[in-house]
Design a protein around this ligand. Structure first.
Ligand SMILES: [Zn+2]
Length: 111
């Protein structure tokens, strides 16, 4: 469930209660250095992506391209101190069958 007051972009200093780290840069407050902003994301191919590329049509191969990283694991890092603040792992290969949930936006809930 996504609350109606969810923040998707730069929190601009608003205190955040909770951040849901998904596929897009997430508004967050760093527990290591205290700065707030958007996370930087690094992605890694996941099982779901590997299963996706075995789908019985040519499109599947694209899942292994970084530009089609919607099924990849996402690791969120703090742009200020470089610490990893969260990971979002797509370990469920069934995701491949559910295109609407391939890319989920990250968001935060204001305090
Ligand atoms: Zn930090």
């Amino acid at each position: 469930m996504i609350p109606p007051n969810a923040v998707y972009g730069d929190p601009k200093g608003i205190p955040l209660q909770q951040t849901m780290f998904r596929d897009t840069p997430a508004p967050f407050q760093c527990v290591y250095c205290g700065s707030s902003g958007l996370t930087t994301i690094r992605s890694k191919p996941s099982l779901a992506a590997a299963v996706g590329c075995m789908m019985p049509f040519m499109l599947g191969v694209c899942f292994l391209c970084p530009s089609m990283d919607c099924l990849w694991h996402k690791y969120h890092y703090c742009p200020s101190c470089g610490q990893k603040v969260a990971d979002f792992e797509k370990s469920d290969p069934c995701l491949v069958m559910d295109p609407p949930s391939w890319r989920e936006p990250s968001f935060a809930v204001p305090a």
